[in-house]
Design a protein around this ligand. Sequence first.
Ligand SMILES: [Fe+2]
Ligand SMILES: [Fe+2]
Length: 196
Amino acid sequence: MWQLREYAAQRSLYRLKEADPHAWVLPRLWGRAKSGMAAVEFDEYGGGRPERVHARLFADLMTDLGLDATYGRSLNAATAEALATVNLISLLGLHRALRGALVGHFAAVEITSAPASRRLAEAMRRTGAGSAAEHFYDEHVEADAVHEQVVRHDVIGGLLAEEPHLAPDVTFGIDVTGHLEDRFADRLLGAWRAGQ
Ligand SMILES: [Fe+2]
Ligand SMILES: [Fe+2]
């Protein structure tokens, strides 16, 4: 349980504003890529229901785990590796020239989310973390199976049909996401294995 709580606190710097940095790319896309991106973001923002906004669901998870869900509360406890994953999204989202990499980042997150969320949902059940804690990850198993298809076919497919020269940028966005996530995982698992 203490490991789940630490993981949630570190992740909260992104999860409590989930989907926001990705929304910056919407005015920088056209056609299929834009409508696909907007469709996925509509789900991330609760599909018109405030209680289902994913950032809200994560705040409820934090409450189940006994954590303070105020944004930025965990900033001083966050590792550099966790902060780097958040900085990356802001950087890619804020620059039009990096729209291809932002799309690559979004794709990497959505495509890897369902299997990872399934394991985290099991961990929440195993530890008796609470129904909101389970629900956040159960919701992502279901939603991201659909998001994966939309991101692959409409967002990446649409963007590269429109702007094929952005293919290396999309690849960069995917690679840098994997690189920073691996670094974060190594730091966290390394500390836990060392009993810290
Ligand atoms: Fe989400
Ligand atoms: Fe998603």
